[in-house]
Design a protein around this ligand. Structure first.
Ligand SMILES: CC(=O)N[C@H]1[C@@H](OP(=O)(O)O)O[C@H](CO)[C@@H](O)[C@@H]1O
Ligand SMILES: [Mg+2]
Length: 544
């Protein structure tokens, strides 16, 4: 039970805020995310829950990140980070939702009910670290968080501005400090140092060709990338662009990974020439996509699927050279949004197993852990590689029989440090891609040449009630509204290599339709027809 003093402190602190009328909150794939002015009471609830989560886990550090990633500057959001740097355990999402929807005059009682329901030992210590992106509303929201943590007597550290993956890193470091799983120094500098040292080791004997222009979405990734570049002692010519964090409206505006992926074009501000290697981060630097203009000035995207295939092929080659391929089960995890050509390439050329999961990195991360080396990326550029304990042991304990084998083992060892295994991390992924391209001696053109993407189209359809769209089979099929799946299948069968699906978004009030086919016009046509069918079914569903 919560003490009367704590309950009183919660009630008093809550009095400062007002609950937006009629709004129902739900902890979704990206935590809570909405217009920033609606978030005070939600952040307060998340602060309370973070303390409970830490107490439940005997005082392990829990993270709270205030960000709305690639969404517009006036939005914000908040999400919890579990002890090993993963996303919050699913069961706790319902507790978060419950607390966020509690009326303010009852919030201390709901808190107390949760203490009993979850069976939290209130004498345990509670420890929380938090950080935020560069959104203007962040400082107010961090103030709210502070109030909730203070009221519940939680020990906390404010890491100020950080990328989302940096906070995940710090959480994991804090909880592994002094153990055999020690992940690194729990500070921003420790994060850079780990990347810089491991990058140097991977890059021994090879050189990065040409420059890399990095669009930072005018978000927190800009200043952080500049810090990283300052510390990198391996020659790599990184041109940082779109790193304006002073003008609050510039965040994600006509730039960033989401813009590039969804519009399939470079940010208008980009001055890169033909064949120049370019990359974009999103607003909190957990997504990364690459691209370039070819000789005919045609935009060429190298998205999350491409990073996954590049990483999987490189690690597979290294494992063979290191003589440990038979000991490592390497696999790739994708979602339904992965381009069909990438799936084909992984199965037929790389000959690796694939798991397809629901959208949202927590699902991918979970599935990746079933492999010794689990490469997972969403097509939008969010992903990483996980290494099992078995993999780490094989890499560490194998006695090399030749210099080539020794070098491959060293490289693999360094990769386990370069890659942020807690969560997808644009800065770490960027160094990984740069290192692989350098090793292979590839320009983005050779990378693009590994397979040809099927033209695809993503459409957002607004419907009256998206909850009637119920998906199954890793969201590749719909069980309701009745009859719609049959319609989609009949439509896609009319197109060469046609594939389409629709699912309710977990982060926006809309249904997303994806279509791909052998040609651009067929993909567009299929997407339009399926979107129309979805729109119609959405309206029928309302009348039923
Ligand atoms: C098609 C697409 O890109 N969907 C995104 C988007 O989810 P939706 O459930 O589709 O809204 O936001 C998620 C959180 O950032 C991200 O994990 C996911 O990949
Ligand atoms: Mg993001």
């Amino acid at each position: 039970m919560a003490s009367p003093a704590v309950k009183k402190a919660i009630s008093e602190a809550a009095l400062q805020y007002q609950k937006p009328e009629g709004k129902v909150f739900e902890y979704g794939t990206a935590g809570f995310r909405m217009k920033a002015d609606l978030l005070n009471t939600v952040v307060f609830a998340v602060g309370l829950l973070a303390g409970l989560r830490s107490k439940k886990l005997s005082g392990q550090w829990i993270g709270v990140m205030v960000t709305a990633s690639h969404n517009p500057a006036e939005d914000n959001g908040v999400k919890l980070v579990d002890p090993m740097g993963e996303m919050l355990e699913a069961e706790w999402e319902t507790y978060a939702t419950k607390l966020a929807n509690a009326p303010l005059d009852k919030i201390a009682d709901v808190y107390d009910e949760l203490v009993k329901e979850i069976d939290v030992k209130m004498t345990n210590p509670a420890r929380v670290v938090f950080a935020r992106d560069t959104r203007a509303s962040g400082s107010r929201l961090v103030g709210v968080l502070n109030a909730a943590l203070t009221a519940t007597e939680v020990e906390f550290i404010d890491f100020k501005y950080m990328t989302t993956p940096q906070l995940h890193y710090v959480v994991r470091c804090k909880n592994t400090l002094g153990t055999q799983y020690e992940y690194g120094e729990p500070s921003e500098l420790g994060y850079y140092q780990k990347l810089v040292d491991s990058f140097k080791k991977v890059m021994r004997g090879v050189k990065v060709q040409g420059s890399l222009t990095v669009d930072c979405a005018n978000g927190v990734g800009g200043p952080k990338l500049r810090e990283l570049v300052k510390l990198l002692d391996t020659p790599i010519d990184i041109k940082v662009i779109n790193d304006d964090v002073i003008n609050p409206d510039s965040l994600n505006f006509e730039c960033g990974a989401d813009y590039v992926k969804t519009k399939q074009r470079a940010p208008p501000s980009s001055k890169a020439g033909p064949l120049d290697r370019c990359a974009s981060l999103d607003g909190d630097a957990d997504r990364l996509v690459y691209y370039f203009s070819d000789e005919s000035n045609v935009f060429r995207l190298l998205d999350g699927d491409r990073i996954a295939t590049l990483a999987a092929s490189f690690i597979g080659d290294l494992a063979r050279s290191a003589g440990i391929a038979s000991k490592l089960k390497i696999g790739v995890v994708q979602t339904a949004y992965a381009n069909g050509a990438s799936t084909d390439y992984i199965e037929k050329v790389l000959k690796l197993p694939i798991i397809c999961t629901n959208t949202g990195v927590k699902h991918l991360h979970h599935a990746a852990l079933r492999f010794d080396v689990g490469v997972y990326f969403e097509a939008n550029g969010h992903g990483t590689v996980t290494f099992s304990e078995n993999a780490l042991k094989a890499i560490k304990n194998t006695e090399p029989q030749s210099p080539a084998q020794q070098r491959a083992l060293e490289c693999l060892q360094a990769l386990t440090d370069l890659i942020n295994q807690a969560v997808g991390d644009a800065l770490s992924d960027m160094l990984l891609v740069e290192a692989i391209l350098a090793h292979k001696g590839w320009t983005p053109k050779e990378w693009l040449g590994t397979y040809t993407d099927l033209p695809s189209r993503l459409v957002r359809v607004e419907v009256n009630d998206r909850s009637i769209f119920k998906a199954y089979d890793a969201e590749r099929k719909l069980e309701s509204p009745a009859g719609l799946q049959g319609q989609i299948e009949s439509l896609q069968s009319r197109y060469h290599k046609g594939r389409s699906f629709a699912r309710a978004s977990g982060t926006e009030d809309a249904v997303r339709v994806y279509a791909e086919a052998a040609s651009r016009s067929e993909a567009d046509d299929l997407a339009t027809r399926v979107a129309n069918a979805v729109r119609e079914a959405g309206t029928d569903g309302q009348q039923a």
